[in-house]
Design a protein. Structure first.
Length: 82
């Protein structure tokens, strides 16, 4: 759903919801299309949130410089290893 993007936009931050149409991962073309409505010159940081499950790999090249994993510690310290 677009709930998160709408909530972020209400804070005055640019956000785009990407619909993967059932795919379990993002790809470079999806990111390229999502960047079109953004004012890239006003950005210092672009955060790309992956689809959100541990079954689908986050190994696809999206053009990013760094990858960062953020997880809930309540889910267990073994999550990154799964």
């Amino acid at each position: 759903s677009s709930y998160d993007a709408e909530r972020i936009q209400k804070k005055g931050v640019q956000a785009v919801q990407i619909n993967t149409d059932g795919a379990c991962h993002l790809d470079g073309n999806m990111i390229q299309q999502a960047l079109i409505p953004l004012d890239l010159h006003s950005l210092d940081l672009l955060i790309i949130e992956n689809v959100g499950n541990l079954v689908c790999p986050a190994e696809f090249n999206l053009g990013e410089h760094d990858k960062v994993m953020i997880l809930s510690v309540a889910e267990g310290d073994d999550k990154p290893l799964k």
